[in-house]
Design a binder for this molecule. Structure first.
Ligand code: BDP
Length: 696
């Protein structure tokens, strides 16, 4: 009876408001353990901060909201330390107490955006100090402190020293000016261009809070397939209004630029980057932008890719194109992010080799304020690809990684796929460019080549859906992206645990069930779609596998170009005897991947074309292995649905039901995709199908 009463009180406390998912991981529900709550209250009994800046005000508002929700009381905010349990927040510049602590060295180490959180004494009082060299750093520190409370960690003694490993941690929004989002699955764009600049949706501030809480410090507002109109004066006014709301949260805005803008908007006869009138147009445009948005981040450009205009239209190189924009923004401190997602207008023998061929020869020819932005894999955001061979091969050009948070090829907003394990595979991959241990993370954070600029971009999965991401578990990918951008060494499990605690609560069975669902989900997805290194078995809207797809427009938009199944076997020969894409990787990868006996099975059919009866290390034939993977994947999706049903009544009903509906669809899709893909390949293999595949 007593237990029941306690349970219902805590349930009521936890779910006092409807759980729409809108609050993301910032739900700030009451700490249930009363002893812990009391100790938190003692550790945060007052807040001491100068709040005369927009960021200072944002900090106070967040602390009030957070602590009121978590602890049921919001501590007083004052200008001086009067008792034990004060939390002092500030910079050496705005707090004489912090300036007097003698922390200059660790603060310098933490850099502009890093922070220290330390338990110490000031005068006679035991206090917690959140210190940074900048307001932004203190904001990140405050979110860190709130996360400690949200995840049930002790607040004393604290000795936290954090600094972001990557300087630019951006979200790329593929949002169009008409409110649609390319590859967006969570409703229309958050930017309501029609209402701007007059009215800024209050939701934008919540977007900013969510990003700041995970350290994201920039947003590219518009689609890489850019409409030149976004650079017109009237759209720049709208962008400036958004920038105004994002600024206190440390978020800069960037825009995708259409390379043809000097013609489309400026009426020039050419957009040739070496034409002085074109250079002048970009310079004037930059001046106009920085007048409105002094901290504008810069431009992102997709050029000579999938029909977009670019310097090659004028016989110039990517470097010529990037440099003209870079020169325009350089006097204002801006940068250019030039995308390396290119493939030939003529269909290549092997499309995945193209970016390397076009970009590596240009290393060293870009201006200092240009970064080349490279997708994780050499093809296009597939469920599994090897890392792009560009990573590490441009030591004189800072490279950013581009990840895709929106699950274009990974079940969109319908399938639960936790992407952190996939991103870790990239970040931890050893490129060997400077010997063993040359991981992609070390390329990106500048430690390998001494890049002065570092960064990462994630294609956002946000939209105007109440829960932001369509699927409640899509939020985990937004969260994980931010956390990995801050520190690529964090583990997928650790990040999942943080997110689960803040988003679903701390009951041990809830945590362990959701954790195991999340951690296995990516491999499950690979299994029921594209196992053993298969890729691009897709067409249409990129949701369901379409292994039969033979796109009449371009061979390399087809599935058959990639899987090459016939009566003999399956796979793409990228060995030295084939397309030699393997030759774009360093030793020992190239030798290891060139030989099917040493190539990891996860990449087997990426690099090899093999007969159906080829025997894997386990002794199983390739055909049987394919059957096993597809079967395991479909079973895994069913198991996820089952596991979730064990949480009925343990999480709130609203989100429980919403997720259950999606998991049912996922399990049904996975079974149908297994059936469809195996039947398709069986026409070629003529080997037996497992048991009876049910009709779809
Ligand atoms: C592909 C998407 C396409 C994007 C393109 C890109 O299907 O919508 O425009 O990538 O990254 O994956 O430019």
């Amino acid at each position: 009876m007593c237990l029941l009463a306690a349970l219902s009180v805590s349930a009521l406390a936890g779910y006092a408001h409807a759980e729409t998912g809108h609050d993301l991981w910032l739900r700030y529900v009451p700490v249930e353990d009363s002893a812990l709550r009391a100790s938190y209250r003692r550790s945060v009994s007052s807040v001491v901060i100068q709040r005369d800046s927009p960021t200072g005000r944002a900090i106070v508002a967040e602390l009030r909201r957070g602590l009121l929700g978590l602890l049921g009381t919001s501590p007083p905010v004052s200008q001086r330390i009067a008792s034990d349990g004060a939390v002092l927040i500030g910079t050496p510049a705005n707090s004489p107490v912090i300036a007097g602590l003698g922390w200059a060295k660790p603060l310098a180490r933490a850099g502009d955006e890093g922070f220290l959180i330390r338990s110490t004494t000031v005068g006679k009082h035991a206090v917690t100090v959140i210190a940074s060299q900048s307001d932004r750093g203190t904001l990140y520190g405050v979110f860190h402190l709130l996360r400690l409370v949200q995840t049930g960690k002790p607040l004393a003694p604290l000795a936290v020293e954090e600094r972001p490993r990557l300087a630019l941690r951006l979200l790329d929004h593929w949002d169009n000016l008409d409110g649609t989002i390319e590859r967006g699955y969570a409703g229309p764009s958050l930017w309501n261009w029609a209402e701007l600049p007059g009215r800024v949706d209050p939701r934008i501030e919540d977007y900013a809070r969510a990003n700041a809480s995970i350290g994201i410090n920039g947003a590219v507002l518009n689609n890489v397939n850019a409409n030149a109109q976004s650079l017109t004066s009237s759209y720049l006014d709208k962008t400036a209004a958004l920038a105004q709301v994002l600024r206190p949260y440390g978020i800069r805005v960037y825009l995708s630029a259409n390379f043809n803008a000097p013609r489309a908007l400026g009426g020039l006869p050419t957009a040739d980057p070496l034409d002085p009138a074109v250079a002048r147009w970009w310079r004037d445009k930059a001046t106009e932008i920085y007048r409105l948005i002094p901290d504008f981040g810069g431009f992102l450009v997709k050029a000579n890719s999938e029909g977009q205009p670019g310097p090659q239209d004028y016989g110039r190189t990517h470097a010529d194109g990037a440099n003209v924009l870079a020169d325009a923004v350089a006097p204002h401190g801006g940068i250019v992010m030039w995308r390396a997602f290119v493939y030939s207008a003529e269909v290549d023998v092997d499309r995945v080799k193209r970016a390397y061929l076009e970009f590596v020869p240009l290393d060293g020819r870009f201006r200092d304020n240009v970064m080349v932005q490279v997708k994780n894999g050499p093809l296009d955001f597939q469920p599994r690809e090897p890392f792009s061979p560009l990573f590490g091969e441009m030591p004189r050009t800072p490279l950013m990684a581009e990840l895709q948070i929106t699950q274009e090829y990974l079940g969109q907003a319908t399938h639960l796929v936790y992407l952190a394990p996939m991103w870790k595979e990239l970040l931890d991959a050893d490129t060997y460019v400077a010997g063993p241990g040359s991981t992609v993370a070390k390329v990106l954070d500048g430690s390998l080549h001494g890049y002065r600029r570092t960064g990462i971009a994630g294609v956002a999965n946000t939209g105007r859906d109440v829960n932001w991401t369509g699927h409640d578990f899509g939020q985990a990918n937004w969260y994980a992206y931010g956390r990995l951008a801050w520190n690529p060494d964090l583990s997928a499990t650790g990040i999942a645990d943080e997110w689960i605690g803040m988003t679903w609560g701390h009951a041990p069975d809830v945590t362990s069930t959701i954790r195991s669902m999340m951690l296995g989900s990516r491999e499950t997805y690979v299994d029921y779609t594209m196992p053993l290194g298969l890729h691009h078995l897709i067409g249409g809207d990129h949701y369901a596998p379409m292994p039969e797809n033979a796109d009449p427009r371009r061979a390399d938009w087809s599935a058959i170009y990639y899987h090459r199944a016939d009566a003999w076997g399956i796979g793409f020969d990228r060995t030295i005897r084939g397309s030699n894409a393997v030759g774009q990787y360093r030793s020992p990868l190239r030798e290891r991947w060139n030989d099917p006996a040493t190539c990891p099975e996860t990449l087997l059919l990426w690099f090899h074309r093999l007969p159906w009866d080829y025997r894997l290390a386990s002794g199983v034939t390739l055909w049987d292995a394919l059957v096993r993977h597809y079967t395991k994947g479909a079973d895994g999706a069913r198991l996820m649905e089952f596991r979730w049903t064990t949480l009925r009544g343990k999480v709130d009903d609203e989100r429980y039901e919403a997720v259950l509906g999606k998991l049912r669809q996922q399990a049904a899709d996975a079974a149908a995709w297994r059936n469809k893909t195996l039947r398709y390949f069986q026409q070629f293999s003529q080997r037996p199908l497992p048991g009876q595949l049910p009709k779809d």
